[in-house]
Write a protein that binds this ligand. Sequence first.
Ligand SMILES: O=C(O)CCC(=O)C(=O)O
Length: 222
Amino acid sequence: MGYRGRMDLALQGSLLDLTDEMTLRDVGTGLRRAELGNGAWVDVRPGWLAAGDDLFTSLLRDVPWHAERRQMYDSVVAVPRLTRFYGADERLPHPMLAIARDALSAHYATELGEPFATAGLCLYRDGHDSVAWHGDRVGRSSSHDTMVAILSLGSARVLALRPRDGVGALPSGVKSLRFPLAHGDLVVMGGSCQRRCDHAIPKTAEPVGPRISVQFRVAGVR
Ligand SMILES: O=C(O)CCC(=O)C(=O)O
């Protein structure tokens, strides 16, 4: 299946939307919190953005996606996804992202105590693209609680989470928690999650099309 066909596949889910106008729904409605232990938690709000197809296609087309390379043993390999980071002072590539960031800042104001400021965008072109186990522990998040809020667009992929030291709220025999994220879903990792847990987007053999992840973070956290 070609890139175009896979993009169509990615967008089939939104045919079920009841509105054809892009709409950001209330953050709190239908939001469920999973407590992971040791002060770590994950909020999931399915269908936060309705009819987000135009946002997805315009990000896919307009963002200056960047292919990173990294050292692996004695060779340099391509990182299996494309990225673009928008700092606090940069204009976001679509007005809906600023609306989403501000809605998150308002919803979590009391708990977070500061606004979301930056947006990291990642493009997973297909099921071969992924990100390995890691925590967002660059900056204050290495020592302080924070939140990373992710708007997922396009093909459904799984966000996997596991405690770093094996200590946490996972039932015995369960190695990781899996949060399937569909087009328009919101997931927020909060509290001590970045310090206590690692997360990953595993590769999949399923015939998935592209997915774009938009991660909102507070200033000074990567
Ligand atoms: O793709 C995602 O939703 C997660 C991205 C992520 O973990 C990261 O870039 O740090």
